[in-house]
Design a protein around this ligand. Structure first.
Ligand code: GLU
Length: 309
């Protein structure tokens, strides 16, 4: 692990982008919200590059994201942690889960699972629930592909600072989930939990698109015996059709050469509209104002908010 600021700090937050493309308005909102919340609490703010999957990575994206954060006036503490350097830690966590008989090999393809038609209708993303085909051993003739974690009857509840009380019954709404993918990569759910624990993260501020992953992460934290951080899920920026702005929908990258207006816009999106004209005073003035006035109660209590083009 690279040297990071003292673990005694009461608040340790992070921004954890995946370098699949340049920073766009949606990811800027997550960065701004986590940075403001950490600094307003006198806390540490770390940046972790979630470069687990080389095939989804876009060349130069990690550096472009870090340069954009700097241009928007956000300085992280300590060196940026790259998930690509953390394979040993993920392997060790996976071994621990396996030794406790919490995992099993699964031979199902994505299509077989989708065809099994077990869907949890009220889940926001209409998650496909894994039907448990390989739970009691691989069917004859099947080769192992992924590794799954047994969730049993676990019901996870947590209080999110913005989204309120959340509850998920993992067995019924998600099913045993993948901790090592069929392509050999460690799953996001495992890596994020191992890293948040090793970095001593106390507060996770991120987009509400990850709300549906939180119960899985809390379950994994319990399986690994690590603390559960506090959660604060910000509304997600969508286009006019309700589609999340993402690198996949080719949301326009934010322009680091003209940061003032866009930073003011991102602060406004999370309920902190700066005084008129302050955007022209530069990012330093905007941050000074935002940190002095930051109040989680001002964040809109919504999972998604459209942004005009
Ligand atoms: N890397 C994830 C993303 O870019 C975020 C992970 C997290 O904040 O937990 O969507």
């Amino acid at each position: 692990m690279p040297a990071t600021p003292p673990a005694s700090t009461l608040y340790r937050g992070r921004f954890a982008p995946s370098p699949t493309g340049p920073l766009h308005f949606g990811s800027l909102v997550a960065a701004v919200g986590s940075h403001a919340d950490a600094r307003a609490s006198g806390g540490v703010w770390l940046v972790r590059m979630e470069d687990l999957d080389p095939l989804r990575e876009s060349p130069g994206a990690s550096d472009a994201i870090l340069r954009a954060l700097e241009a928007f006036g956000m300085e992280w503490d300590g060196p940026c942690l790259y998930q690509s350097t953390r394979m040993e830690a993920y392997r060790e966590a996976l071994d621990r889960l396996a030794s406790a008989a919490l995992t099993y090999p699964c031979g199902c393809t994505r299509k077989e699972i989708a065809d099994s038609a077990l869907r949890f209708e009220s889940a926001p993303a209409r998650e496909v629930v894994y039907p448990g085909t390989c739970r009691n051993g691989l069917p004859p003739g099947r080769a192992p592909r992924s590794v799954r974690l047994r969730v049993g009857e676990a019901q996870i509840e947590f209080d999110d600072a913005v989204q309120g009380h959340c509850r998920q019954q993992l067995g019924r709404e998600v099913g045993d989930f993948v901790v090592r993918r069929a392509d050999g990569h460690f799953a996001y759910q495992l890596a994020v939990v191992v890293d948040d624990a090793d970095q001593g993260i106390t507060d996770i501020v991120r987009g509400a698109d990850l709300l549906a992953s939180t119960a899985r992460q809390i379950f994994l934290q319990r399986c690994l015996g690590v603390p559960t951080p506090r959660y604060c899920h910000l509304p997600v920026a969508t286009d006019a059709t309700g589609e999340k702005l993402s690198k996949q929908t080719r949301a326009a990258p934010v322009d680091p050469d003209h940061p003032g207006g866009t930073l003011a816009h991102a602060l406004t999106f999370v309920g902190h509209a700066p005084p008129a004209g302050m955007d022209r005073a530069g990012t330093g003035a905007l941050w000074e104002w935002a940190i002095a006035n930051w109040d989680r109660a001002r964040i809109p209590r919504a999972r998604a908010v459209p942004v005009p083009d």
